[in-house]
Design a protein around this ligand. Structure first.
Ligand code: WQD
Length: 337
């Protein structure tokens, strides 16, 4: 069976992809510097699947370490998750995000080339659609970034496109995630950000768990059904299966796919869904808009549905249920409240 390298594989998305791949019989190797994840994830992946991924702690920005580790395994394909993903930190300390995300990716491509491995899936983001004016958003929508984090995704996509033009032996698939949420149904792996979370779902579960007294809803004066922003939440297990679909439907050259449910929910609708699923009231207050938020973002997932034979199956209610189950079983998370 093939061996798949997951850079950043102990993170939120990567760990769920590791579970899906191991359960399908793939060999999984993880390289991670553990800057925003915990080594215990390996134990939990093993409990879920009965198999333990191979693991090397390393920073992809260190070319020598990466090259030395890469040649220890016979890698068939790489899924590149590793990168700094805090929008806020990318604004306050842009050079850290640019250096980390770009240098790590360039090193990875150089090492893959050196060892003749030219199958890559890249973890991108719908944040590159920040100027979208028409919805649902398709892959043809022009990309523009409104923050350094999103710009690293856009720049990396352009680098990868140029590589496939220069060398047609490369197969590079770009997966643009909309809003990942939820957790594995076991409650053993899930979203566990360092520091105080900024994404909506971990804030909701933190309020439900009384780590925070209420949610600040960033604006209710947007041009939407209830004035709050609309997003396309996609269950992290659906997202993980989208990576398996991309791996098994390897296409030649450079291909881009939106991974979203195709359905948009407002902030207030999402809060209400969580309350309905759990029976827990989620207090909130309307505050000023958050800089950089766009009013509406939801995917047209038809291209992935057809070409990858993949479709998101789990509902917003499933995401609420599984996110809450994860929070309940991991009270130690979000420790910095
Ligand atoms: C969702 C909605 C907020 C928190 C971000 C990144 C994006 C991607 C996914 C990496 C927005 C509102 C949130 C809160 C709120 N990450 N909200 N109060 O901003 O769509 O996307 O995560 O790839 O790159 O930008 O997700 O969960 O932060 O916000 O009102 O305390 O919830 O305004 O409308 P976002 P989010």
């Amino acid at each position: 069976m093939k061996t798949i390298l997951l850079t950043g594989g102990t993170g939120f998305i990567g760990s769920h992809v590791a579970v899906e791949l191991l359960q399908l019989g793939y060999n999984v190797v993880i390289f991670d510097n553990l800057s925003n994840s915990k080594i215990e994830v390996l134990d939990r992946v093993e409990v879920i699947t009965g198999k333990r991924p191979s693991f090397v702690k390393l920073d992809l920005c260190n070319y020598e370490d990466l090259d030395k580790a890469f040649k220890m395994y016979r890698i068939d394909s790489v899924i590149h998750f590793a990168g700094l993903k805090s929008v806020g930190e990318s604004v306050t300390k842009p050079l850290d995000t640019y250096e980390n995300n770009l240098v790590s990716t360039i090193n990875l491509i150089k090492v893959m080339s050196t060892h003749g491995v030219k199958n890559l899936i890249f973890s991108s983001s719908a944040t590159v659609y920040s100027s979208a004016k028409h919805f649902p958003v398709s892959e043809e929508t022009p990309t523009i970034a409104i923050n350094p984090y999103g710009n690293t995704k856009k720049i990396i996509e352009e680098i990868l496109s140029d590589i496939t033009i220069a060398d047609n032996e490369w197969s590079i698939t770009i997966l643009r995630y909309f809003n990942p949420a939820g957790a594995h149904s076991s409650g053993l792996i899930g979203e566990d950000p360092n520091g105080i979370p900024t994404n909506l779902f971990p804030i909701i579960t933190g309020v439900a768990n009384r780590k925070y007294d209420r949610i600040k809803v960033f604006g209710n004066d947007y041009p939407t059904k209830d004035g709050t922003c609309i997003r396309d939440y996609i269950h992290v297990v659906d997202l993980a299966k989208g990576h398996v679909a991309a791996l098994t439907n390897t296409l030649n050259g450079y291909n881009v796919f939106n991974l979203g449910s195709g359905v948009g929910y407002s902030v207030l609708e999402t809060i209400k869904a969580f309350e309905n699923v759990t029976g827990i009231e989620i207090p909130y207050e309307i505050t000023a808009r958050r800089t950089g938020d766009i009013p509406v973002s939801y995917a047209d997932p038809q291209k992935a549905n057809k070409q990858l034979d993949w479709k998101a199956e789990l509902s917003l209610e499933d995401m609420c249920r599984d996110a809450w189950n994860w929070q309940l079983k991991n009270n130690n998370m979000n420790n910095s409240n």
